[in-house]
Design a binder for this molecule. Structure first.
Ligand code: ADP
Ligand code: MG
Length: 907
């Protein structure tokens, strides 16, 4: 029969299952097809923490949301068949355990008539195949690792019960015998894309608190390094080998095994006293998100599309840890195995502190002694951390080892109570973004230079050509003119000569003839004169003709000059375009610098969490968020490049670009303003320079949703300050934000708007006005979109508002029923009070507590069913302060108290 006390553990285990319920049952993430259907109920209870194809968080180094999903450590028990010796020695005895695999139960015989019953997630009989063991114990974990979560598979049990058989068998002689390590790597290699994903591994042994590299045994005291910011542990000293195919993996396992055997011989130990740890690192590019932008922009190679590809690609870096623990049997403290007492202690240290940590975690005690041993430090993420963990406890059938078998079973039972919060290990790949931007920048600069050179050459060529033509024409004209002149001069001289001769002849002839000839010579002279006149006339005509020709050439010259002027103008236009390019390059460069800076900063900031009023700007303004959450001392450091840019270019100039004719310029300008607005130090300057008004104008007038989204994000950041909140209200900001929300198609726009209104909700003085202008209604209207980021902002806004109302009441102001209740927020609050997303749930829980603090709201709280939620919060909320607040609220309200008495609810 089951003994009540012992079975408590098992019941706790199954109760946790029920609490997770069908809603929490994992769904495989969309995207890559699954390896195959999960084999059993022991399957993965996992889910992506980031939602859909939209990256949830902006500004940070980590692309996924930070809240994990709760997942209990899964425990299977495996019974080894009797071995040859047991078949003889125990022939007359029954096995000490009896398995009921369909009921997932194990009975441990105390004596012939009494037994204890234990429940496990999976009960694997002596007939279970290696394939089934892999599918039940490890496959869900492997699939989860491929999705981007950390995973652990560990075997615990007495020496000789089959830990190594389960995990480490290579299956050389019989492929059906392959153990978990081999099968896991087969599945991993089958699922990854070799071009974008990488798999690497380390193989280690931990003995007497020394970590030895099984791939390079000389390296026998590897230090554990802990990241002071994230607490993540790593082993930078260990050999990491990239694995490309199954054969190389098998070779590595063989090398590791050989080294393990050699090292144990040298140290005079057995492998049963050491822990073997295989760490497989999986790094995968997330496709279909930012990668697409990259390839598109790379194709059309245009600079403005390059701005669109500023989003860094996303990578998932997860880790599978397979641990073959040392035998769990107690070793003789007296050192009978040939060890001194100190050695004996040291050999046991890691295993016994693992037991202590699991006890502490199972009992949710405040202190978990993780730091006591190297094993528990290495497995920090596996128990009570962010990994999905599956444990197989191995037992033998022999009644002679009932003691060890019992303690193994109890270890498994306690481990079943350990709750982890699995988290997607997703981050922005800033390095590859930087590389890509560098290349694009180089291309842009080269193209710009090439164009410039081409234009310079062209202008020079045309100018020289025109000049040559003018010179040529001038020269030709001159020659022609000269020739004509000489020709006519000559003709003139000739005709004068003829006349003179004729004249002489006339003078010399006898007088008598004179009379006769007079009339004749008179006639000759007349003819000559006539002739002369005609010649003159034709000379004049010729000269007119030439003058006309000259005029024509002059005109041609003028046209050529005009052409030169036109070309100069073209050159000027080109030069100004070049300036524009250079300006764009400067912005890009600064953003690039900013990005690399952010990559470092973000990692720090992400672990500090987000302050109450802050918005996660979308990826478009990914630089903004980190700095606003930086601790103060950061601002004493070197100035951020965007800030530098803003000093150089001048805020006025940036703000004036918000009204630019060029849509691209407007988008960049608003992004730059949004980035600046994310820094508290700039906010006052931006508002002074009229930036807030310009941003509100953009909400009113811009047709482009990207602009409205970024502008709303900037306004949200400015709205963190009380003076700005007054200004936003005074300029009709609430109406504009509501309009933006009702036109929005992108949930990220709604997130920005909701964030801005949520900040306004936190201002006591603006409460009535905010509500009067429809702020609350707008906030509630946005929940339709259902996106968790938007819901989180709405919930924050409601919590802020409720908090102000409750503050006003406690300060003795007379307050009526909550405006939130008036505007119909209660049903939504009740519906989402237990939302699975932690940020939404926390805000709503707070809001509900604040609302319930006033007796005026109590009736509505009861009638809308919110009382049940308050009771739940007071009992189950994992945050103690909220739990206490709910409890105090419930106990201090007469209306709620009497309702609870009526319903017989105890608080
Ligand atoms: P451990 O690593 O826990 O010390 P091993 O894996 O070395 O134990 O197993 C001890 C012996 O039992 C080995 O000879 C192994 O082949 C055998 N063995 C263990 N489990 C099984 C099993 N499920 N079926 C058949 N033989 C098993
Ligand atoms: Mg072993």
């Amino acid at each position: 029969m089951a003994s009540g006390a012992r079975n408590g553990g098992a019941r706790a285990g199954s109760k946790m299952d029920r609490q997770q319920g069908p809603a929490a049952t994992p769904k495989p993430a969309a995207g890559k097809p699954r390896l195959s259907a999960s084999a059993s109920a022991g399957g993965a209870a996992y889910r992506r923490t980031s939602s859909g194809p939209l990256p949830a968080a902006g500004g940070g180094g980590r692309a996924s949301s930070d809240s994990g999903v709760s997942s209990r450590v899964r425990v299977a028990v495996r019974l080894r068949p009797r071995n040859a010796e047991e078949q003889v020695a125990d022939a007359d005895f029954a096995d000490c355990v009896e398995l009921q695999p369909e009921l997932k139960r194990l009975k441990l015989r105390k004596n012939n008539w009494e037994s204890d019953t234990f429940e496990f997630d999976e009960v694997l009989t002596e007939f279970s195949s290696q394939k089934r063991v892999y599918e039940v114990v490890a496959k869900p974990v492997v699939e989860s690792v491929l999705e981007g979560y950390n995973g652990t598979v560990m075997a615990y049990g007495q020496t000789g019960t089959g830990k190594t058989f389960t995990l480490g068998r290579l299956g050389d002689e019989d492929t059906a015998a392959r153990g978990i390590m081999v099968r896991a790597m087969e599945d991993i290699l089958a699922d990854i894309t070799p071009e974008t994903d990488t798999i690497s591994l380390s193989y280690l042994q931990l003995y007497m608190e020394m970590i030895q590299d099984l791939l390079d045994p000389v390296n026998d005291n590897i230090a554990i390094v802990e990241d002071p910011r994230t607490g993540d542990v790593s082993l930078p000293g260990a050999t990491v080998v990239e694995v490309r195919d199954q054969k190389s993996f098998m070779d590595l396992l063989r090398i590791g095994e050989a080294h393990r055997a050699a090292a144990n011989t040298k140290m005079n130990t057995e492998s049963s006293r050491s822990h073997a740890i295989l760490m497989v690192n999986v790094r995968r590019a997330v496709k279909g998100r930012n990668e697409m932008d990259v390839s598109m922009s790379a194709e059309n190679g245009h600079s403005s599309s390059m701005m669109g590809s500023l989003r860094p690609p996303i990578v998932r870096k997860s880790k599978l840890v397979v641990v073959d623990l040392a035998g769990s049997e107690r070793i003789d403290k007296s050192g009978s195995e040939g060890h001194t007492l100190e050695e004996a202690k040291s050999i046991n240290l890691s295993l016994s502190s693992l037991g202590k940590c699991i006890n502490a975690l199972a009992e949710s005690s405040a202190h978990v002694p993780v730091r006591d041993s190297k094993l528990t430090r290495l497995l920090k993420d596996s128990f009570g951390g962010t990994a999905r963990t599956s444990l197989v406890v191995t037992i033998g059938p022999s009644p002679r080892h009932r003691g060890e078998t019992t303690s193994t079973i109890m270890f498994g039972q306690r481990a079943m109570k350990v709750q982890n919060m699995v988290k997607l290990k997703e981050e922005f790949d800033y390095k590859s973004l930087c590389r890509r931007l560098d290349i694009e920048l180089d291309k842009l600069i080269a193209e710009n230079e090439r164009q410039r050179k081409y234009f310079d050459d062209e202008v020079e060529r045309i100018t020289t050509e025109a000049q040559c033509r003018v010179v040529e024409v001038e020269r030709e004209c001159k020659i022609a003119l000269e020739n004509e002149k000489m020709k006519y001069h000559q003709e003139y001289l000739d005709s004068i000569k003829i006349l003179e001769e004729k004249w002489k002849v006339h003078q010399q002839s006898p007088k008598k003839e004179v009379k006769e000839t007079e009339s004749t010579s008179n006639g000759d002279v007349h003819d000559l004169l006539q002739n002369e006149k005609m010649l003159r006339q034709s000379a004049e005509d010729e000269s007119n003709d030439l003058r006309n020709q000259l005029l024509h050439w002059k005109k041609m010259e003028a046209t050529a000059t005009a052409e030169v002027v036109k070309l100069r103008r073209m050159l000027d236009t080109e030069a100004s375009q070049k300036d524009k390019f250079e300006e764009e390059i400067a912005v890009l460069k600064s953003q690039l610098m900013q990005l690399s800076l952010d990559a470092d900063e973000t990692r720090m900031s992400l672990d500090t969490g987000d302050g109450p009023g802050k918005i996660f700007p979308g990826l478009d303004s990914l630089m903004s968020h980190t700095r606003s959450s930086q601790p103060r001392e950061q601002s004493n450091g070197p100035k951020a490049p965007v800030a530098k840019l803003f000093e150089q270019v001048g805020l006025q100039k940036i703000l004036s670009l918000l009204e630019s004719e060029e849509p691209d310029v407007r988008v960049h300008a608003v992004k730059v303003v949004a980035n600046l607005a994310a820094e508290e130090a700039n906010q006052e300057k931006i508002v002074e320079a009229g930036g807030l008004t310009s941003l509100l104008m953009l909400l009113r007038s811009s047709e482009d949703e990207t602009i409205r989204r970024v502008a709303a994000g900037a306004i949200a950041n400015l709205a963190m300050n009380e003076t700005n909140q007054d200004l936003i209200m005074a300029q009709g900001g609430v109406t504009l934000l509501s309009m933006t929300a009702s036109d929005a198609e992108d949930p990220q726009t709604l997130r920005m708007v909701a964030g801005a209104i949520a900040n306004l909700c936190g201002n006591d003085k603006l409460q009535a006005r905010l509500r009067g202008e429809g702020g609350i209604k707008a906030l509630l209207g946005m929940v339709k979109c259902g996106h968790p980021d938007v819901l989180a902002q709405v919930a924050r806004g409601i919590a802020n508002f409720a908090k102000c109302e409750s503050r006003a009441a406690t300060q003795g102001n007379k307050v009526g029923r909550s405006l939130l209740v008036d505007d119909g927020a209660l049903p939504w609050i009740v519906k989402n009070a237990n939302n699975e997303a932690a940020p939404i749930r926390r805000h709503i829980e707070l809001a509900l507590c604040h609302l319930a603090q006033h007796e005026v709201n109590a009736k509505d709280i009861v009638s809308e069913g919110a009382l049940w939620e308050l009771v739940r919060i007071s009992r189950d909320c994992s945050r103690e302060d909220i739990r206490m607040l709910a409890y105090r609220t419930l106990t201090s309200s007469p209306t709620l108290q009497s309702e609870m008495r009526r319903l017989r609810i105890e608080c």
